[in-house]
Design a binder for this molecule. Structure first.
Ligand code: XIL
Length: 326
């Protein structure tokens, strides 16, 4: 590059992938290969999929995804080791500190160990912040908090680090970016968790911003930039892990909708980049054909949701153009 050329930003872009669709849909595979430098399993590496009974780990789908990634020159992120959801019955029945400690450790060591040297970034703890945090009650209840208290966070990160010390260890969270008191409290709770971990020298390297945006909600750009600056000041990176824009309340006109969706993404990424470059941008799926959004947010007019960078026929939408500009 010449001295006065604009610097080229090389943020890896990636998408969440479903193992079943990968096999069935050639166009889906091609879109991933054409657009992505990394992928993440939308479900295949969650506890209930990968560790369905105490004695059985099932790596079938996870292996399929990582092989697909490696055969096509992509990296893979790991998602996720410790989460209140997607837990099998047996793990929800864990009782007492001893059992909780040993089962969590065994799970993390086995899963991270399985992919040691092949997965450079793991969501170690997912959604630790309470839905509506208060000063005294800011952690989401789960089987680990119940049995280990808030030390479960440190334990999870320490086990992950011990299992592969080359991995970027991520604490991943949603609803961090919008205007309003509720979001402010969630930002504060997350910063408090991260600060506490850092103060205790726990290995934690990045905050994952899921970025499940909503078309009708405004991004608090100033507060989001400020949040990212504070994360950076503590020595951690940020990355975008699950970006999509729920559009069930947006107008029916397709172009108008796509424009609003793209502008939310622009506000979100713009505010982050104003403070720091994220280490990755990952969307929660790549095409409107395969998205989790209609599981929860269908449109009353019966039209398909359009939350992702490619349309149902794998053509880039305005959202993809915005992502490519960063
Ligand atoms: C979602 C998947 O997309 C769905 O297919 C699944 O049924 C439920 O989980 N935050 C997360 C993701 O961290 O793991 C969730 O994924 C979406 C919200």
């Amino acid at each position: 590059a010449t001295a006065n050329a604009a610097p080229t930003l090389t943020i890896p872009y990636g998408a969440a992938v479903r193992g079943d669709v990968l096999v069935d849909d050639y166009n889906y595979r091609k879109a991933l290969i054409d657009h992505c430098q990394l992928i993440v399993a939308e479900g295949s590496m969650k506890w209930e999929s990968i560790h369905p009974t105490p004695d059985r780990f099932d790596f079938y789908d996870g292996d399929k995804l990582i092989n697909f990634a490696e055969q096509n020159g992509m990296k893979m992120r790991g998602h996720t080791l410790v989460w209140y959801a997607a837990m099998p019955e047996w793990a929800l029945a864990i009782k007492g500190a001893n059992q909780a400690n040993s089962e969590m450790s065994r799970h993390i060591e086995t899963v991270v160990g399985r992919y040691r040297g092949r997965i450079p970034s793991w969501d170690v703890v997912n959604e630790a912040v309470a839905d509506e945090p208060t000063a005294s009650d800011y952690l989401r209840p789960n089987v680990w908090l119940e049995n280990l208290g808030k030390d479960y966070l440190a334990t999870a990160f320490r086990r992950a680090h011990a299992s592969d010390d080359q991995v970027q260890l991520v604490i991943n969270e949603y609803d961090i970016e919008c205007v309003g008191e509720q979001y402010k409290r969630r930002r504060e709770a997350l910063l408090r968790i991260v600060r506490d971990l850092r103060d205790r020298d726990v290995p934690v390297h990045a905050v994952g911003l899921q970025g499940h945006l909503r078309g009708e909600l405004e991004i608090d750009k100033h507060a989001l930039s400020e949040f990212v600056s504070q994360v950076k000041a503590m020595g951690l990176d940020v990355l975008v892990t699950e970006l999509d824009v729920t559009d069930n309340l947006l107008p029916p006109d397709q172009q108008e909708r796509d424009t609003i969706v793209a502008s939310r993404v622009e506000d979100f990424l713009g505010a982050i980049f104003d403070a720091a470059r994220p280490t990755a941008i990952v969307t929660w799926g790549i095409s409107d054909r395969h998205t989790w959004v209609p599981m929860y947010f269908t449109r009353e007019d019966g039209r398909h949701n359009r939350p992702l960078p490619l349309d149902r026929n794998y053509r880039p939408k305005a959202m993809m153009e915005v992502i490519e500009r960063f």
